[in-house]
Design a protein around this ligand. Sequence first.
Ligand code: GTP
Ligand code: MG
Ligand code: NA
Length: 358
Amino acid sequence: EKADNENLRSPICCIMGHVDAGKTKLLDCIRGTNVQEGEAGGITQQIGATYLPGENLRDRINRELKVHVGLKVPGLLLIDTPGHESFMNLRSRGSGLCDIAILVVDIMDGIKPQTVESLKLLKMRKTPFIVALNKVDRLYGWKTCHNASIVKAKNQQSKDVQNEFERRLTEIIAQFKEQGLNSNLYYRIKRGENEEKREKEEKGEREETISIVPTSAISGEGIPDMLLLLVKWCQRDMVEKLTYRDKVQCTVLEVKVNEGDGTTIDVVLVNGVLHEGDQIVVCGMQGPIVTTIRALSTPHPLKELRVKGTYLHHKEIKAAQFIKIAAQDLKNAVAGTDIYVVGPNDDLEVVKELTMGD
Ligand code: GTP
Ligand code: MG
Ligand code: NA
């Protein structure tokens, strides 16, 4: 299939990093929600998922940066992962699903064990990522500039704050270097620098420079920059990967046993269309589960999938989206596996084998 600029799906972006770096809070800041404060002990224990529609993305960027982004992606699908060390499996699942990632690092703490672990996952899967250097508002004496671009916010700070910022930035760049990665403040990366490096990299020489965006999830500094960077990058470098394809590609995020409603599965539909009534095969703990989609629903835009709320119901739904599927016999479905739709010309036995083959 040929890449087609006009037919891009929403990119899937995973938020990763050490516990309490501010991953959920960053999402709250983007969504205008307060999910983090509702978490037990302030710790994320499940994969989270949110759809950020294009109009919100555009607003958020234009309002502050006054740049007009010719938005070609419909929106952005954001996956939240837990940073606590015991949730390695969820980090792995989340990072396995995404097109791009944001690695969140606390500017006061620098690189920590689960930052290193996240880096390994990202390297292993060759996932492109940016670094959000979060909690800049915690620098001593920081003057709040709500939702401002980081350049503007930094210029408002005293010499002391700016020096402290540079000191910590330099230290963290050195820590990344120890991990074998070049990184720099995103607007200090020279134009053409990465194009050159990418050519060399193809010859197996060296890595490109990772963009660092300083942010505050509390007062919003740097958030417009971060969103713009993600969008520009997807639309410049990932057109091929983000071109919508008809062949269904769908992965189970979580299996949920709900009272009354039976079991549902939360999935990410990466490509293709799902319909009510589709026969699907899901990987189960005791073998393939053949069932029929009874209902398809999505949370409202900007709402967190793992927070109970009202859902939008659909007869059919096109990728890319986070979707709740209701069907019989889903109790033993295995999270992290792919589901298959049985087409009119498909041999059910073959599809069953495919499903269990992953
Ligand atoms: P886990 O999901 O448990 O790994 O944590 P997390 O990375 O999602 O961090 P979370 O959003 O739970 O934030 C941890 C704590 O840091 C909370 O108390 C937040 O309010 C605080 N916090 C997050 N971001 C910022 C920030 O930019 N500035 C300040 N001052 N505090 C922040
Ligand atoms: Mg969290
Ligand atoms: Na936390």
